[in-house]
Write a protein that binds this ligand. Structure first.
Ligand code: VGL
Ligand code: ZN
Length: 201
């Protein structure tokens, strides 16, 4: 069963959003085009309360992109983004959503961030996505979305650890930081995660 996982294709990660990923909107037509190749399509949605710990605005004397220690772990402080029930948290208006069977929300806990669609950053709580995919007999997972070097990357690494066969559709994902993404691609390839083009599905 070929499954497509659309990670965080939300307005705030688009070029005019609050945490813009360069060319983030370019992936939308690609994602729409490839949907017909999949038996199952699911999506994740970054879904933060306004007082979320990952927002720089909730830390005095700190600014966006500062890195702080929270519960012993590094936490990058972001601009406010994907606040629950706001337009910024909504999917890109052109994203075809009719075939998305389930949406897994993450980052709703005020006290911990959640880059992966499977677990929070402390691996303390599961979103239920791995169990859902196993129940559906999903074996091959194809990832796309934003940001390629953050939420897509962490989702793929968790999926790989859970035993799924993982693919990253490179032209359907864009990174926040290109240089970082190049390094992560080397790491992913070394773990037998396949990095492919949408034409190879
Ligand atoms: C993301 C930073 C903070 C992402 C989410 O979806 O890649 N990045 N929250
Ligand atoms: Zn977030």
């Amino acid at each position: 069963m070929k499954t497509l996982i659309i990670v965080d294709a939300q307005n705030d990660f688009m070029p005019d959003g609050s945490l813009p990923v360069p060319n983030g909107d370019k992936i939308i037509p690609v994602i729409n085009r490839i949907q017909s190749k999949f038996n199952l399509i699911v999506a994740s949605q970054d879904w933060h309360p306004q007082n979320h710990i990952s927002f720089a605005s909730n830390h005095s004397e700190k600014t966006v992109f500062d890195v702080v220690k929270i519960a012993g772990e590094n936490q990058t402080l972001w601009p406010d983004h994907c606040v629950q029930n706001t337009e910024g948290a909504a999917f890109h208006p052109q994203l075809e959503t009719n075939r998305i069977e389930a949406i897994f929300r993450k980052g709703a806990d005020v006290n911990i961030d959640s880059y992966s669609a499977f677990f929070d950053n402390g691996h303390l709580k599961s979103t239920g996505l791995a169990g859902y995919l196993k129940e559906k007999s999903a074996k091959q997972l194809y990832f796309c979305g934003l940001a390629a070097d953050i939420c897509v990357y962490y989702s793929i690494m968790d999926a790989h650890k859970e035993g799924f066969e993982c693919y990253l559709i490179e032209d359907a994902a864009k990174p926040l930081d290109n240089e970082n993404f190049e390094k992560l691609k080397v790491e992913m390839r070394s773990k037998n995660i396949k990095i492919i083009s949408s034409t190879e599905i």
